[in-house]
Design a protein around this ligand. Structure first.
Ligand code: FE2
Length: 346
């Protein structure tokens, strides 16, 4: 009888590895990395592995902030979609979000990451933390890696919070007691040249001004109609800090991106963000937040087929400018809501 060898389809060889630049905080690493060592694996093997490790993957992404799956047999957007489905997490469709970025829908669960032109830098943020509705999880996939640049920097927001609280305690206190509110001007038609060019019709899922106003009222926004069918909207105060679990706080907001990047032909950077009581932000403290985020940045240099699972309440992400073609797609899951009650004056 011939010796039996293990069938190739049995399972993939997958290892936890350390990669260049990986960070360590107490007993956590950032990002956590799995590499697949099987060269001729199949998508169904990858899906089986993700299904079997579902609980572990979700829990690791919360503990460490991000989990990278590299070298897996997941070469296409459809493969990415299958991996996400194997995680059995609730889909949060882009069209139902209040995101201000223009996207291209690829599958029911997958859409293009921000379509802004290659030379535009997208600053650190927690996905949709500037709106009352946000995803607990965001997943990215690299379909085409750019020739130059185009990394996705990620940053541990709990560590950022700790360091900022040490350097700027007064500012953190104001963030905690007053929260933040955001203002942006939406165009009447999608403007793909801007990182915040999504039309008000698409953002609010409406087709008339009356319906837009009723949706904004429902969300407790204030608004003003401007020339060229533009709509300026201001959110109610939203939290600036999130206590994810008791004792673990994150700088869960869109402060850096709004302060540094909410600028285009319609939007004036100086109006983008205020504390919940309308007070301007302390520019020195904001600069400290930017500096700390830059110190903490881990640049995820994409390889085709990479999948990354991020707990959006723990880690921020951004986008470096790039040259050539870059196709990174995203998927959102586990819709959450947030609201803020400013602390009353003592
Ligand atoms: Fe984003």
């Amino acid at each position: 009888m011939p010796p039996t060898s293990e069938p190739v389809s049995a399972s993939l060889t997958i290892e936890t590895v350390a990669i260049d630049g990986q960070q360590t905080y107490s007993d956590t690493v950032f990002p956590y990395v799995y590499v697949c060592r099987t060269n001729d694996g199949t998508l169904s093997q990858a899906v089986d592995w993700v299904t079997d490790h579902r609980d572990e993957l979700l829990s690791l992404s919360t503990i460490h902030g991000a989990v990278l799956l590299r070298g897996f047999p997941t070469p296409t957007v459809d493969a990415f979609d299958a991996v996400i489905q194997a995680l059995s997490i609730q889909n949060f469709e882009y069209r139902n979000s209040l995101s201000n970025a223009v996207r291209v829908i690829r599958t029911q669960r997958v859409f293009s990451a921000n379509q802004a032109p290659p030379d535009v830098q997208i600053f650190f943020h927690h996905e949709m933390a500037q709106t009352p509705v946000y995803p607990k999880r965001i997943m990215f996939f690299c379909e085409v890696a750019p020739d130059h640049g185009g990394a996705t920097p990620i940053c541990r927001s709990d560590i950022l919070y700790q360091r900022l609280a040490e350097r700027c305690p007064e500012f953190i206190r104001t963030c905690e007691t007053q929260g933040l509110k955001y203002t942006n001007v939406m165009p009447g038609e999608d403007d793909p040249q801007s990182s915040m060019g999504r039309s008000w019709q698409s953002t609010l899922q409406v087709d008339s001004r009356a319906a837009a106003e009723s949706r904004l009222a429902e969300l407790n926004y204030t608004w003003q109609w401007l020339e060229d069918d533009c709509l300026k909207a201001t959110t109610p105060p939203l939290p600036a800090i999130k206590e994810v679990v008791p004792g673990r706080k994150t700088f869960f907001n869109q402060l850096i991106a709004a302060y540094c990047g909410w600028s285009d032909s319609r939007n004036d950077l100086s109006e983008a963000i205020r504390h919940g009581d309308g007070a301007p932000l302390d520019a020195g403290a904001v600069q400290q937040a930017i500096n700390i985020a830059d110190e903490l940045a881990f640049d995820l240099a994409w390889q085709v087929g990479d999948v990354v699972l991020i707990d959006n309440t723990i880690a921020m992400h951004a986008r470096r400018p790039f040259k050539g073609t870059r196709k990174v797609v995203a998927s959102l899951a586990d819709r959450c809501t947030q609201a803020f009650e400013p602390a009353s004056a003592a």
